[in-house]
Design a protein around this ligand. Sequence first.
Ligand SMILES: Cc1cc2c(cc1C)N(C[C@H](O)[C@H](O)[C@H](O)COP(=O)(O)O)c1[nH]c(=O)[nH]c(=O)c1N2
Length: 251
Amino acid sequence: MKNSTPGHQAHHHFDDAERAAVYRNILARRDVRGQFLPDPVADDVLARILTAAHFAPSVGFMQPWSFVVIRNQHVKQRVHDAFTVANAEAVQMFEGKQREVYSGLRLQGILEAPVNLCITCDRDRAGPVVIGRTHIKAMDIYSTVCAVQNLWLAARAEGLGVGWVSIFRQSAIREILSLPERIIPIAYLCVGHVSHFLDQPELQTAGWRQRLPLDELVHFDGWGGDRPDGVVLRDALRRAQEDASRGIPPT
Ligand SMILES: Cc1cc2c(cc1C)N(C[C@H](O)[C@H](O)[C@H](O)COP(=O)(O)O)c1[nH]c(=O)[nH]c(=O)c1N2
């Protein structure tokens, strides 16, 4: 039992500084649209964040992801054109004041980010029957999103900004990147060094939407359920969210 030797167990412990770094990473991650610098992303850094993505959990260890690395400005321009078409449609879907705010939002950094990444999902990667996916087929998609989040967090630790752009027709991305039928484009990401990271989500600062109170999103023993001792957890959640909102990792 190689994995249970005492030496190996010692690696299971995160000391206080490591634990704090994990939470700081989570709190400091941002969706970046407008702060990209033209500095190239070194291949060893790119390799590290892609490796972080590849070590994500996946249903039945399916590892359904692939990564299209886009550095060609012509390809980026075609993706940007697809965004422009979809964004013109999107703005019409909002009414009144929201439409006005939407029009002023910057929602992508496709051309400015030196690297664009498309993270895809191969729905047939492990054959028709996959452990854990026998009844809920979308589990491969969820697994791919786990890879996206791993990459996003690793990138933040490397000082790289990541912006997820999803205002496209999926068919446009599929065509531009020559994706085969069974390959689904899950995430289109703009990646690059940044001038700075913002403290809060841009949609929050723009007044579009505020972070919801976590204590109101927790239910006990079933939807809408509560319990007398539930107040203890709810109080702790309120305190933790207050600290997190100020960027303070838990102690
Ligand atoms: C699946 C998905 C899809 C998108 C996003 C995120 C996710 C998870 N986000 C980013 C989103 O607006 C952002 O995460 C929230 O506003 C919260 O901000 P932070 O990520 O905490 O900075 C995003 N942002 C943007 O400017 N254009 C977009 O098309 C999208 N699409």
